[in-house]
Write a protein that binds this ligand. Sequence first.
Ligand code: C2E
Ligand code: MG
Ligand code: MG
Ligand code: MG
Length: 274
Amino acid sequence: HAKQQGGERACFHTEQLSVDAAEKLHRHQALERAVQREEFEVYYQPQVQLPAGNVVGVEALLRWPQPGGQVLLPGAFIPLAEQTRLIIPLGAWVLRQACLQLNRWRDRGRLDWTVAVNVSAQQWMAPGFLAQVDEALQTSELPPECLILELTESHLVGDPGTAQRVLAALRDRSVKVSLDDFGMGYSNLNQLVRLAFGQLKLDRSFVASIGSDERYAALVRHMIDLARELGASVVGEGVETQHERDLLTGWGCDFAQGFLFGRPVPAAQLDASL
Ligand code: C2E
Ligand code: MG
Ligand code: MG
Ligand code: MG
């Protein structure tokens, strides 16, 4: 009897696996089609300068609108895009769109704005990455110093040599590099110093606790000091309350981004709200 049960379970398990595999293949094909057809949309979230609160740029955040009107967030498809390397063409598309959009804003007088674009490790570690950047800048005719690329700490651990080379090449082009989700990775402080980022972004999870937890307040205060001493500007991410804004301002945080100032929205909607 026990043997029979085991057999049934094994059989069920195998079927389940093939169902999962089929599901994944289906999702892969849908994503591939969407990349080919450019069915994505780039949303933009304002970034403001502290203490004044004037908009100084935007972060480009990818969205995948669905036929039913639902809009998928990056968490629902970026991991698959990374696994399948579709992030390489998809990331190139975002980069180009974001540069083109900032140039439209520049044509309408937003000459001091920057655009920050998130870049996956699979994307910037691929041999064609710098060509992608050059292509986006040339197509859009955007001055390179208006472009900020956001990398995450976890990206840098795997291949420090490549990271160093790519960062140096970006610096040669005057493209800025920002360390996203600062404090969330496996902080290699040695690399933090050596790679000389122009900007550090405090992760939302830190900012969310500064108003209620003294220890997080101390941590963030010191993270800001550290950034400044390293010559980097600091962005507080996920600022939702006036209290959080006031604390960050008092500690010398340069820029802020969060629902308090504006949610990520399509470019036209950002125009309408400003
Ligand atoms: P991230 O780069 O750290 O982006 C910040 C995330 O926090 C965004 O989520 C944004 O919508 C959200 N956020 C901003 N302000 C607030 C706030 O005040 N409160 C709350 N609760 N959330 C806030 P989103 O758009 O879902 O993006 C998630 C992540 O997906 C991004 O994190 C980034 O790592 C990745 N991502 C987004 N677009 C791209 C892209 O084009 N390429 C790549 N490779 N990754 C992307
Ligand atoms: Mg980011
Ligand atoms: Mg971030
Ligand atoms: Mg984050």
